[in-house]
Design a protein around this ligand. Structure first.
Ligand SMILES: [Zn+2]
Length: 540
């Protein structure tokens, strides 16, 4: 499978087994009365179980594979969560952001309301904001949480559970737009949950998505909330942080932003649920237990706490990252019914006709490296962002457009990755370098292009293959001049070895690539066509 997604499949398949960290005693597990004995028997402590997910991205009906076995889907995740809940009545369900956004049609076409509905049904207790919660702006994010009306879906009741966010503040007032923390009582024990979202969010979300809010330093925001919680007598404190981190299966080599944060925040914090980079994390850093369980419901974090009822503090904690293998468990019937209801509801939208193709448009490249479908997609991206040029990675084109009526669902199959478009500025010299990066030692990947044409020589060495680059009017590209360029977020991060794109300046994030293609085709004269036009020319 060609990998066009920023995070994911590679990371997912790298680690398949669930790993268990040894119980980590913290604080004064032994007190005067139990001197000389093993840690006091567990019946004296209150055992609390926290089940967490991160980066679910509304993957209600998407099956993935880990080590050749099927994983994922909300009905299987639900079955696992309910199984674990049955083992401990003191269970809370939490999520660390990106529950919605970049989601499949079953959720995306209904404003991600189905995903919130599933979390409601599962009895989630608290969540926080990821960057993707901002994809459609603050107002729509708050509507999903608090409920309200959307023209596409009507009235929606919202989330049954609170969202906490300590570091996303109103740009005018400086006050958090959601409660910074919430206190849950479990068997008489108060447990504080604080939420934070990575401060880089404004650079990875479309500007309109974060209009009106600011992201303040995570550690500062957490410490302020911890002070308030401590004043209220809360000693067990959990942070839900949409910040990246990763570790080895045995907990060694923990690294990433969340590790740095863990080292700087108040030691009263006991556990941090991380997210964003869709990785495995199960490590103790600075006395804090850090977990992350990949993404897409392919796994969840099971954190077991022992709380001393006298100090109300955590005396032992451990975590397991559990993969949601389909074999060996029956999917939850209630959630399955809900998924089927939403699948039926989106069917008319998926089958909606967007346009009519005059002929079949394929991603088959000619010997120069150009394809008709590549041209169409690159044109759509350039039009959406109004730039001089657009470049599209060929691995991101997953199906052809067949002659005849073209449905939304067919276009989704062409561009299923939910990559957002990114506008940036590059010099002519950088664009030449970009084109030369198509030829790499192990692989050649011909970018599909819009707004320019060029020749390349098969006989020139790698790094010097590109010869003439021309603008549509035939004038040559100037090495020193600046040009605006559209690529998808995968390429913008240097994906497929196109590292020069990480140097682009004036970056601005736009719509999802599929939306750009849909609206571009809608705007074409029907029936529409796309052809190889000689944008790329190979010389001997
Ligand atoms: Zn994220």
């Amino acid at each position: 499978m060609k990998n066009s997604k920023r995070w994911g499949r590679r990371v997912l398949s790298a680690l398949t087994a669930a790993a268990v960290l040894a119980a980590t005693p913290v604080g004064a597990a032994g007190n005067g009365k139990s001197k000389g004995k093993p840690p006091a028997s567990s019946h004296r402590y209150i055992e609390v179980q926290l089940l967490g997910i991160n980066d679910f991205h509304g993957q209600l009906n998407v099956t993935r594979k880990v080590g050749g076995r099927e994983v994922g889907r909300a009905d299987y995740l639900a079955a696992y969560l309910k199984q674990r809940e049955a083992e401990n009545k003191n269970t809370l369900l939490v999520h660390a952001g990106d529950a919605v956004g970049a989601s499949p049609p079953v959720s995306a076409l209904l404003q991600d309301e189905p995903t919130i509905e599933v979390l409601n049904k599962l009895g989630f207790d608290v969540g926080t904001l990821g960057n993707h919660e901002f994809d459609e702006g603050v107002a729509e994010m708050l509507r999903l949480i608090h409920g309200g009306y959307h023209p596409a879906t009507g009235d929606f009741a919202g989330a049954d559970f609170p969202y906490v966010s300590a570091n996303v503040v109103d740009a005018q007032t400086g006050k958090p737009i959601l409660p910074p923390y919430v206190i849950k009582r479990v068997n008489g024990m108060p447990i504080g949950f604080i939420g934070v979202t990575l401060t880089e969010t404004p650079t990875i979300v479309t500007p309109s998505g974060v209009a009106g809010v600011k992201f303040i330093d995570e550690a500062t925001a957490i410490n302020k909330a911890v002070r308030e919680l401590k004043k209220k007598g809360v000693q067990t404190i959990i942070v839900l942080a949409h910040n990246p981190g990763v570790s080895n299966p045995d907990g060694t080599n923990a690294s990433g932003e969340i590790v740095d944060i863990a080292k700087t925040i108040d030691d009263e914090v006991d556990v941090i649920f991380a997210g964003h980079n869709h990785a495995y994390l199960n490590a103790v850093v600075d006395g804090k237990l850090l977990v992350q369980s990949y993404s897409y419901g392919t796994a969840f974090s099971d954190v077991d706490l022992k709380i001393d009822p006298r100090t109300k503090d955590v005396v032992a904690k451990k975590a397991e990252i559990v993969t949601t293998y389909h074999d060996g468990i029956t999917p939850d019937p209630e959630i399955r019914t809900l998924i089927e209801k939403y699948e039926a509801k989106v069917a008319p939208l998926v089958n909606q006709v967007i346009g009519t193709a005059a002929e079949t448009i394929t991603d088959e490249q000619n010997e120069s490296g150009e394809s008709a479908l590549g041209n169409l997609i690159a044109d759509a991206q350039r039009a959406a962002m109004k730039t001089d040029f657009a470049f599209m990675n060929p691995g991101g084109i997953r199906a052809d457009i067949e002659q005849g009526e073209v449905t939304w669902g067919e276009l989704y199959n062409v561009q299923p990755f939910n990559n957002q478009l990114v506008k940036m500025t590059l010099t002519g010299a950088q664009i030449r370098q970009l084109l030369n990066q198509q030829w790499q030692p192990t692989q050649t990947r011909m970018l599909q292009i819009s707004g320019l044409r060029y020749t390349w020589s098969a006989s020139k060495p790698v790094g010097e293959k590109v010869i003439d680059i021309q603008l549509p009017d035939g004038t040559p590209l100037k090495p020193d001049a600046e040009y605006t360029v559209t690529v998808n977020s995968f390429l913008a991060d240097g994906g497929d070895g196109f590292t020069v794109l990480t140097q682009g300046t004036n970056r601005e994030v736009g719509p999802v690539d599929l939306d750009a293609l849909v609206s571009y085709i809608r705007g074409l004269e029907q029936p529409f066509s796309a052809r190889i036009e000689g944008r790329i020319n190979r010389l001997p």
